[in-house]
Design a protein around this ligand. Structure first.
Ligand SMILES: [Zn+2]
Ligand SMILES: [Zn+2]
Ligand SMILES: [Zn+2]
Ligand SMILES: [Zn+2]
Length: 444
């Protein structure tokens, strides 16, 4: 018996199904955190479904799928949609030495993928420096046991993630711009640190929720000012909406929100930023970028990906012209893939309702894991506030406990003394509704 697996990119130009023997499901898979997976997609990790019987003739290669070839040794080819940029397939030289090719499909474009794979390990966690997306999935278990985290491939050194701790101040006080670069390096930008003067944007830039609610508060919602830090942080958010996943090929997408005037073009080798962009920004001015507009999305939404490697780069919306959503997977922050000296992660996942029905271990783990993300970044003051909240909770608990003991004691007392609760005789008073007087005690 075979199970037909439906595969479709965001724009549906590449839609096909592949039969997989039902007995082989769920197929073993790993969560890959390697530099190539992050920089080719813009996400923090990727997961693939192995396709044991696939060959190059199984797919529309070269027509609606464009190739991005690995720099080193040309052993790996990634295939993405020519129209929307979704990463769909990867082929590489088979590990068994037969000279054949191995194919995998990226789960972001696979319908109901959580039921088709069994996650066995995190791999290439060493590439992330800070644990990257593995730290966003701390509660992810494989068959009842903690999933192993490997520094590189399966069988390499095991990694144990340290508990969250504050970043060394050297990362926070650094003033050098951040390199934001895709795998093929055709998209290469510099991002400057936010400061108090960056809060004033030349155009209105309402938050995603303000866009729909017409509330236009002047607060810079995209900026977090932590009192203990010399600089503020950009807001970052993990999104699991169907558009983001089918557009990137990854199971979730991490966006940061940055003002255009802090972004500039960089020449990959130099560390000095060239001139910054001015709003309203037109990413079409970058030769390396290809734009995609979906007729199902609001008409002012546009996504941009790298023509060379398919990495998602920007999500823009005309209504907040001074800000762009920038893919976090392209950040090359010294402290690690989560870039916590630059970003304050929102402790919730966006558009969980999109995956509610198909949610399995990985997405459940992500939703739970995001609640604790970045706790190492919070200040002593914030930690104290949490402690005080916990203490208040304890006091409330004790109050309820002693109150209950009091009531029980009172009840037992009455039982022992055979004395019922005092009731005022009902004929002693009446309530008159006619003249609005509340309670009138009958004169004796
Ligand atoms: Zn497409
Ligand atoms: Zn990888
Ligand atoms: Zn690229
Ligand atoms: Zn999204």
């Amino acid at each position: 018996m075979k199970t037909e697996v439906s595969i479709s990119c965001h724009c549906t130009l590449n839609s096909f199904s592949i039969p997989i023997p039902t007995s082989s499901l769920p197929l073993p898979s790993r969560i890959c955190h390697c530099d190539s997976c992050r920089r080719s997609t813009g996400s923090l990790f990727n997961i693939s479904l192995p396709l044991p019987n696939a060959t190059s003739s199984s797919f529309p290669l070269g027509t609606t799928l464009r190739a991005s070839v690995d720099e080193e040794g040309k052993t790996t080819t990634r295939w993405f949609c020519v129209n929307c940029g979704a990463h769909m397939l990867r082929e590489r030289v088979a590990a068994d030495g037969s000279g054949g090719r191995e194919w995998v499909v990226r789960v972001g474009v696979v319908q109901g993928w959580e039921k088709l794979v069994k996650i066995e390990a995190h791999i290439f966690v060493g590439n992330t420096t800070d644990g990257g997306g593995a730290l966003l999935l701390p509660r992810l278990k494989g068959g009842g046991e903690d999933l192993p985290l490997y520094s590189e491939g399966v069988g390499s050194d095991r990694i144990i993630l340290p508990p969250p701790s504050p970043l060394p101040s050297a990362f926070l006080s650094s003033t050098s711009p951040l390199l934001v670069q895709c795998l093929c390096k055709q998209v290469s930008l510099h991002l400057s640190r936010p400061s108090s003067s960056s809060t004033h944007l030349p155009h209105p830039s309402p938050s995603p929720s303000q866009l729909s609610s017409s509330d236009s508060s002047s607060n810079p919602w995209w900026l977090t000012i932590l009192p203990a830090h010399p600089s503020s942080h950009f807001m970052a958010k993990a999104c699991v909406c169907t558009s983001c996943t089918t557009n990137s090929g990854t199971p979730f997408f991490p966006w940061s929100y940055v003002p255009l005037h802090l972004l500039s073009l960089s020449h990959s080798s130099s560390s000095t930023p060239s001139s910054t962009f001015v709003a309203p920004f037109d990413p079409r001015t970058l030769d390396a970028l290809q734009s995609f507009k979906n007729s199902n999305n609001p008409s002012d939404v546009e996504r941009f990906f790298c023509k060379g490697c398919g990495a998602s780069v920007f999500y823009t919306q005309e209504r907040r012209a001074a800000l762009v959503d920038l893919a976090v997977g392209l950040f090359r922050a010294e402290e690690g893939a989560r870039a916590e000296s630059w970003l304050e992660w929102e402790k919730a996942v966006g558009y969980v309702e999109d995956v509610e029905e198909s949610k399995g271990e990985v997405l459940e783990g992500l939703v739970e894991g995001m609640r604790d993300v970045g706790t190492g970044n919070s200040t002593e003051e914030e930690n104290r506030a949490t402690r005080v909240r916990k203490q208040i909770g304890t006091l409330n608990g004790l109050f309820v406990l002693f109150r209950s003991i009091g009531f029980i004691g009172h009840f037992l007392d009455q039982k022992l003394l055979k004395q019922p609760l005092y009731r005022h005789p009902s004929d002693d008073f009446y309530i008159s509704f006619a003249d609005n007087s509340r309670v009138v005690v009958q004169p004796k």
